[in-house]
Ligand binder design. Structure first.
Ligand code: GDD
Ligand code: MG
Length: 348
């Protein structure tokens, strides 16, 4: 079965954390975010994956090349101009002949795609939208339903006083190919405004699959941090991460006096010096040097980071290549040192 993943246009970065790494490639438990998403689909037999994107994804090509694992067909659909969520699917779905999935490429969930497909078929739906329950629906598409799951209204990003439900569009759809007929070609078009509300006006069979499973939109640094911690704690599952208290990849040197408390995952080539403390949840990328007596807790470090002796990092995300000076204290910060002379430091 096919899935089209909307991985975004030119602006798809996790700003201000990094400008060079595109959002799908930011590491979650040391593997690219989008790889977790792809393998999760494949685990449900959805293994014909199209990445719909509006920028030249050199880093994605370089990482995946032609495939994302055994039995997964991976292809790319590029947009010459911004086409919006539905326009991008139209562009990518030229040859879709069967029921297919669409995923917003910045969401991660434990939604059971197999059950969702059975639900879609049982209802003879033209479109099924997965819903998640959130505290603040104003940043999302709010979906109203009848008791049988039939969708009655779709309101994208309602004002606070217009919120009628806390069930929101989780950014996972199952569509029949005929939905593509509602989307004009080569034109900016959004599911949230141009496709779902008119389908409801026409009385078409749009159903909501409500799910209480784990769900997050990782499009902001605080949620990206949360996702890493949740994967490590086993609050959401990924075929790429086996929940384990402490994982230390090959080629690391850990001083016997260093103290590591899980959940922690430390990628290859790291050097953890004497009396350093790592307190989970903690993700440490490849080739990091954690200096003598430094402490890291509840943080996500990418690759090639030097943490000076006695430095303390709590609740933070540090992008690749950063050098944290001796005895520095960082709390709830994102550090982007892509231009070493001009580090960008922001509160998470
Ligand atoms: N290829 C492509 N082309 N992808 C796009 C485009 C485009 O022109 N525009 C947006 N996307 C991708 C984004 O990269 C993201 O992965 C996804 O489509 C959704 O876009 P966002 O910009 O992240 O939307 P949002 O988070 O404000 O709202 C959407 O997601 C919510 C769930 O997280 C809506 O679908 C809401 O209804 C929904 O609740
Ligand atoms: Mg989003």
């Amino acid at each position: 079965m096919k899935a089209i993943i909307l991985v975004g246009g030119e602006g798809t970065r996790l700003r201000p954390l990094t400008y060079s790494v595109v959002k799908p490639m930011v590491p979650v438990a040391n593997r690219p975010f989008i790889e977790h998403v792809i393998l999760k689909l494949a685990a449900h037999g959805i293994n014909d994956i199209v990445l719909a994107m509006g920028y030249k994804p050199d880093s994605i090509f370089a990482y995946f090349k032609d495939g994302a694992g055994a039995g997964i067909k991976l292809s790319y659909s590029l947009e010459e101009k911004p086409l919006g969520t539905a326009g991008a699917v139209k562009n990518a779905g030229a040859h879709v002949e069967d029921t297919f999935f669409v995923l917003n490429g910045d969401t991660f969930s434990d939604i059971d795609y197999t059950y969702m497909l059975a639900f879609h078929r049982r209802n003879r739906a033209k479109a099924t939208i997965a819903l998640s329950h959130v505290e603040d629906p104003t940043r999302f598409g709010v979906v109203e339903t009848k008791e049988d799951g039939r969708v009655t209204a779709f309101i994208e990003k309602p004002a606070r006083d217009k919120v009628t439900s806390h069930w929101i569009n989780a950014g996972v759809y199952i569509l029949e190919p005929s939905v593509l007929d509602c989307i004009p070609g080569n034109q900016f078009f959004m599911f949230e405004k141009g496709v779902f509300p008119p389908m409801l006006d026409r009385g078409e069979r749009v159903f909501a699959y409500t799910s209480k499973s784990y769900w997050i939109d990782m499009g902001r640094p605080s949620q990206y941090h949360q996702l890493n911690c949740d994967v490590l704690r086993g609050l959401c599952s990924s075929p790429l991460y086996r929940v384990k208290d402490i994982t230390i990849e090959q080629g690391c040197a850990v001083h016997p006096s260093a103290h590591i408390t899980g959940p922690a995952v430390i990628n290859g080539g790291c050097n953890i010096a004497e009396d350093a403390t790592i307190t989970g949840p903690a993700v440490i990328g490849r080739n990091c040097l954690i200096g003598k007596g430094a402490s890291i807790s509840n943080s996500v470090l990418w690759d090639d980071i030097i943490v000076g002796a006695g430095a303390s990092i709590t609740g933070s995300i540090i992008a690749s290549g950063a050098k944290i000076e001796e005895s520095t204290r960082l709390e709830d910060l994102t550090i982007n040192q892509e231009a070493p002379s001009d580090p960008i430091t922001k509160k998470i």
